[in-house]
Design a protein around this ligand. Structure first.
Ligand code: CUA
Length: 176
């Protein structure tokens, strides 16, 4: 038989019943998993919803300082501690090598966190909750956050950003 001749009609046999059932099951499962990629972020409750916008860093810095001045309730190690009322927009500034300010939030209340970097790419990782976000200069990351337990949460930078990267941390305190 040459390569130009049509294949012999016996090379392919129809699927057996079991085989067809398994292939069909496999295909259905593929479709289900594909659909879950879109469904899970909405019903899974494990993804913190985020939005992104372009932002002018100078304008953001100005708004953030105004926010800090309005709701500052203390200072810790030179960093302002801010207790914003639930429902207000909460500003967090990432900059080599700090997160500003320290936030005091109430358990069960929902906050809109507005975060950007003023210089380079940073990561914002809330521990031990295990929430991770990329913070990019020129882009605003908006998180909707509802603390479900009281305690102290550490914010660490998890994108290498220079010599002080390992020192870059912040804090969220959640009260009852
Ligand atoms: Cu900021 Cu690493």
């Amino acid at each position: 038989m040459s390569a130009l001749a049509p294949p012999s009609p016996t090379w392919w046999k129809p699927l057996g019943r079991d085989e067809r059932a398994w292939v069909t099951l496999g295909l259905i499962w593929c479709v289900v998993l594909f659909a879950m990629m879109w469904v899970w972020p909405y019903i899974g409750r494990q993804n913190t919803p985020t939005e992104s916008y372009r932002v002018d860093p100078a304008l953001f810095r100005e708004r953030a300082e105004r926010f800090i001045a309005a709701y500052q309730t203390g200072t810790e190690g030179g960093t302002p501690v801010v207790t914003p009322p639930p429902g207000t927009d909460v500003y967090v500034v990432a900059q080599t090598f700090q997160f500003r300010p320290i936030l005091k939030l109430r358990k069960g209340e929902t906050y809109r966190l507005l975060i950007t970097s003023l210089d380079m790419q940073h990561g914002l990782s809330i521990q031990p909750a295990g929430l991770n976000f990329q913070i990019l200069p020129g882009y605003l990351t908006v998180l909707r956050l509802t603390p479900t337990e009281a305690g102290q949460f550490q914010i660490v930078c998890n994108e290498y950003c220079g010599l002080g990267h390992h020192l870059m941390s912040g804090k969220i305190v959640v009260t009852e």
